[in-house]
Design a protein around this ligand. Structure first.
Ligand code: ATP
Length: 409
């Protein structure tokens, strides 16, 4: 039975997007290749979700087709990826379309990026390489505007049944990042992971020492944690999928502290995705995580560990200020989340922006000889300022005159 998605095509896309797709389809017929809307866009049509990207599979060479299209129609190629034979095109209306040559993929090891081959293969062989049945759907565009659904793996019914299903038993072995993708789609759409798929997922997670590259995993973990939903972290822990890359994550995140840091009035807002990530890896030896962490990410993790390790009682505002002033804001926030140390809130909301207005030059003008003791003098002023006793520069000057002796005196 054939199913037309003409209505969705007409109602869910902007006029500009429809025009760009129709121009692509007309020219594909002239060029002599079949093209298809593919993957997420088709899934989102059926689910009546907002359409984000327009992906088109070309049963031929997508780069050659994009070059042909841009020679016939007002549009421009803005990106080409030779190795995967893909091309991105932008139309004067601003609509962008990603064209990808159909291809097959061969996995040479678990988690290792697959080798692409047989470019321009038929669509059925292309969709075989995809992650879940719900992402294998296509709409043929070179078919005189019938917009019929092409469904080789029962993805349409799986969308109706809200099921996430892999295509073959080795799927997670080929690409373990699919485990996190499954969780992402489950959370995003409120779907269930199909029982067999779920069991294969658990089976994979039980394999010890999964020595695989984590590049794809890192990007999927980030996307998973972009979902703004209650208890998203705890469900990730429950799924045990953290076992792909670490073994001893923080189990529960304190909700009221999380809300507190989300609503703090500070210039650099907490990076929630990264905060969750740190909670996963904070207790692991991150050098063995193969995550390709950036220098800043490593610095933040080290600082949080240091704070947790040296959590000594702070005596006064000056000590609090000095403990956190040179640290990365995100590290301070994560430390608070994990420790509940209220000094952090005091630092961020009251102390952080404290500035001494007196300069070294001012001290010289007041008769002090330049020396190392200047830093002690500044500490004395800073302490008073942090305690709220001095506000203006004049008050600082009076304080210095009344309280600090010159060496010669
Ligand atoms: P969204 O962009 O809404 O997150 P999407 O399905 O478009 O969803 P992408 O990550 O952009 O997701 O991937 C595009 C398509 O590529 C998917 O629909 C899927 O068919 C395929 N794909 C992506 N990642 C994998 C993977 N790890 N294994 C197999 N196929 C994948």
């Amino acid at each position: 039975m054939s199913l037309s998605l003409k209505q969705e095509f007409e109602n869910m896309l902007t006029k500009e997007s429809r025009l760009a797709i129709e121009l692509s389809a007309d020219n594909a017929m002239i060029f002599g290749v079949d093209i298809y809307l593919i993957g997420g866009i088709v899934r989102d049509f059926i689910m009546h979700n907002k359409i984000k990207d327009i992906d088109i599979a070309v049963e031929g060479d997508a780069i050659e087709f994009a070059e042909f299209l841009s020679s016939k129609v007002r549009c421009r190629i803005i990106q080409i990826q030779e190795n995967l034979k893909t091309a991105k095109i932008i139309f004067p209306s601003g609509v962008e379309i990603d064209f990808a040559s159909t291809r097959e993929e061969i996995y040479t090891g678990s988690g290792i990026l697959p080798k692409a081959h047989n470019f321009g293969c038929n669509l059925k062989n292309d969709v075989k390489r995809r992650d879940f049945t719900i992402n294998t759907l296509a709409i043929k565009l070179t078919d005189n505007k019938k917009y019929e659904l092409v469904d080789y793996f029962g993805g349409y019914q799986d969308i109706l049944n809200k099921k996430i299903k892999i295509l073959h038993e080795k799927s997670f072995i080929d690409d373990p990042s699919r485990i996190i993708r499954a969780l992402k789609f489950k959370e995003r759409f409120d779907f269930e992971i199909d029982e067999k798929t779920y069991n294969l997922m658990l089976q994979y997670l039980k394999i010890p020492d999964k020595n695989m590259p984590l590049e794809r995993i890192k990007s999927e973990v980030k996307q998973y944690f972009s979902i703004d939903k209650e208890d998203i972290y705890e469900r990730f822990i429950e799924s045990e999928s953290y076992k792909l890359f670490c073994d001893n994550p923080v189990q529960v995140i304190n909700k009221s502290r999380l809300n507190e840091i989300k609503t703090l009035n500070i210039p650099e807002k907490p990076d929630i995705r990264f905060i969750y990530f740190v909670c996963l890896v904070i207790n692991s030896d991150y050098t063995s995580l193969r995550f390709n962490l950036t220098a800043r990410e490593i610095k933040i993790i080290n600082q949080v560990r240091e704070f947790l390790f040296c959590n000594t009682e702070k005596q006064d505002n000056l000590q609090i200020y000095k403990s956190y002033k040179d640290a990365d804001n995100q590290a301070v926030l994560i430390y608070y989340l994990l420790s509940g140390d209220k000094n952090v809130i005091k630092f961020l909301s009251e102390l952080k922006n404290t500035e001494i207005l007196t300069t070294g030059k001012d001290l010289i003008e007041l008769g002090f000889k330049p020396s190392k003791s200047f830093s002690d003098i500044f500490d004395l002023i800073l302490k008073e300022k942090l305690d709220g006793k001095l506000k203006t520069k004049e008050e600082e000057t009076v304080f210095i005159k009344n309280n600090i002796k010159k060496e010669s005196e």
